[in-house]
Design a protein around this ligand. Structure first.
Ligand code: SAM
Ligand code: SF4
Length: 356
């Protein structure tokens, strides 16, 4: 494995004197007529797991976390998200790293849910701490959660996640369901790991009233921890599911969490999702931005360019300056990512820094 220094998130620009001047008419409308409504916020770059495709244990000393002083405080997050909400963002996803390891996450969720304009606060989590946290998070306003479970085999799960405990995660799924959250279960589809379990993962999700979703393995971290041979295409996932579940009626399976039609019914009438970011990308419909724990605003998961909102506010900038910085990021949003299955086009940044 190549040297990897986590969790650097690529080159982050600070806006200079150009922050002054008239406010753009619609700061959330990009050059391809895509209107941003959805912000993913990584609340920490730390994680209690070490998934092999994200933040492998073997990195050891190469894992370098951001100092706490570099990470946005609750007040800073609240201020920035309030500006996004004023501009038209309606949905916030709390992610990480692992969002539940951020101290005070329940209070943070509550503060964000209370912001005028915010209609949905949702989360992506590895589920390890949800046994204790699902009910308070739901009470705080987290209405939906994506929980990552790549395999139902406890030994494989532990090996794949470095430190994971499948029983705890399954208890976390039950706690989220009991707390009334809408639950989706994410599995990165990996050859030799869970390719024999795709239907079992669906059956398990459905047994809990959850939606199973399969994610194509993506090359982040400059491709250093990407293993092309392990990736399974959306087409292959669909074919494998159809072989056991019967024909899947929907023509269109390329789904992202925010595009209408979040999944397609199987022959049994139950929903399945495929995040086909690699082979059937959905960039044309992308309505999201991503904010890292250190306040770098990324317009695309697959490109490294970012603008530091933290520098704007810590430099004494006004909310209008924040709006100008957001507009600059939105204007720079590319037509789409350029990943391909060989690993070419991989951004330098790490999934652990940007949050998926
Ligand atoms: N820790 C939380 C979790 O695991 O759900 C949230 C952060 S994690 C980075 C968000 C999602 O990204 C997870 O569903 C994870 O499986 C997925 N992910 C991480 N690395 C990936 C990769 N190289 N390709 C595809 N998905 C990946
Ligand atoms: Fe942690 Fe999630 Fe990355 Fe796994 S995928 S190492 S749980 S951030």
């Amino acid at each position: 494995m190549a040297h990897v220094h986590l969790p650097v998130v690529g080159s982050v620009a600070s806006l200079g004197g150009e922050t002054a001047g008239a406010l753009p008419q619609d700061p959330l409308l990009d050059n391809f007529s895509r209107k941003i409504r959805y912000l993913r916020v990584s609340v920490t770059d730390r994680c209690n797991y070490r998934c092999s495709y994200c933040m492998p244990e073997e990195l050891g000393d190469q894992l370098v976390f951001e100092p706490r002083s570099a990470v946005l405080s609750f007040e800073e997050l609240e201020r920035l998200i309030a500006v996004f909400a004023r501009l038209g963002v309606r949905k916030i996803r709390l992610t990480g790293g692992e969002p539940t390891v951020r101290k005070g996450i329940v209070e943070l969720a509550q503060r964000i849910a209370a912001l005028p304009g915010i209609e949905q606060v949702v989360m992506t989590s590895n589920g390890h701490l949800l046994g204790e946290l699902a009910a308070p998070l739901a009470a705080a306003g987290v209405s939906a959660i994506n929980i990552s479970i790549d395999t139902l085999d406890a030994g494989k799960f532990h090996a794949l996640t470095g430190r994971g405990d499948l029983a705890r995660v399954l208890a976390g799924v039950d706690a989220a369901v009991t707390a009334g959250m809408r639950v989706k279960l994410n599995a990165v589809a990996l050859r030799g790991v869970n390719d024999g379990e795709l239907v079992a993962l669906c059956e398990y999700a459905w047994s809990r009233g959850a939606v199973p979703r399969f994610i194509e393995h993506m090359p982040m971290s400059a491709g250093a921890i990407y293993e092309p041979a392990r990736g399974i295409s959306a087409h292959a996932i669909r074919t494998a599911l159809e072989a056991e579940l019967g024909p899947l009626p929907a023509r269109y399976w390329s789904v992202s969490g925010s595009v209408s039609g979040q999944g397609r019914a199987s022959a049994t009438g139950r929903e399945v999702g495929i995040i086909s970011a690699m082979t059937e990308h959905f960039c044309d419909h992308c309505n999201r931005l991503r904010l890292t724990a250190t306040g770098a605003l990324h317009a695309c998961l697959g490109h490294d360019d970012a603008i530091s909102l933290r520098d704007v506010i810590r430099g004494g900038g006004s909310d209008d300056d924040v709006v100008r910085a957001i507009a600059a990021a939105v204007t720079g949003k590319r037509a789409g990512h350029v990943f391909d299955r060989s690993g070419a086009g991989a951004p330098q940044k790490h999934m652990i820094g940007i949050g998926g």
